[in-house]
Design a protein around this ligand. Sequence first.
Ligand SMILES: N[C@H](CCC[C@H](N)C(=O)O)C(=O)O
Length: 302
Amino acid sequence: MSIESAPTRPAVPFTKGHGTQNDFVLVPDLDGARGLTDAQVRFLADRRGGIGGDGVIRVVPTRCAEESEVRALADEAEWFMDYRNADGSRAEMCGNGTRVFVAYLLREGLASGPEAAIATRAGVKVARVSEGENGEPSYAVDLGPWRVTHADTVGAQGYDTLVALPGLEPLPGMSLDLGNPHVVIALPDTADLMDLDLTTAPVLNPAPESGANVELVQPLGPGHLQMRVHERGVGETRSCGTGAAAAALALMTWSGAPHDNEVWRVDVPGGTLHVRALPGQRVELAGPAVLVADGVVETPRD
Ligand SMILES: N[C@H](CCC[C@H](N)C(=O)O)C(=O)O
């Protein structure tokens, strides 16, 4: 086969972006004609052979979504954030991803702001952009309703899961649903958060069928915590938006109950996020979003 006749691989435009260093490869699919196979997602997320990211986000018209329950949102939100983990798996929501997604829509003129509604597998989320402290845009996203997953069965502390980490006795954790599943563990003060081994997935008992994102949390003072996260379908990431919300809501719950408009600062390895408990058992996530680069990549056929 001559070089000239070698089959060309589809050239796909992409934008690289991140929210507190939780990074994503965004792929525009503005007419809904370019689905992404799991293999193509894994390729795009691959930090050596591909572009590199914790997740891949396809920007697609809501009316073109594969899932009928997403298409049903088309009247409320024109664009669907098709979020995929680095391993190719689909996830219901991505808090940091919603900010990067809205930043992309605004830059491309696909939304006008300062408010933008986007469709996700966990319903419509509304983002509001404003000027942040450092003059950079800050995005506040209503992540919508949340709940303690086993509120009906857990004891006073809300623990329903034991979490095993290398070098530590199994620790009690609380499961929360933020559209996607989370287990939050409050570490003992004696544990050194940055020393923990998160190179392998924490072992959950019972193991939730859908897997879970696992947040290791240490309070730093009133309304302030630090955390690390091991994400379902990815591994340890430098930030997780829905995870930051889960962590703050868990600490608020453990201290009684979230108060309306109670705000927590969440320090993650990739930066700082703010979580606000909204009335009606909803939660807001605020933080930055950066579009780093644009390019074209030749993806494998499937
Ligand atoms: N990084 C994302 C969470 C992705 C969750 C995904 N790993 C899952 O399978 O739920 C965030 O900022 O909320």
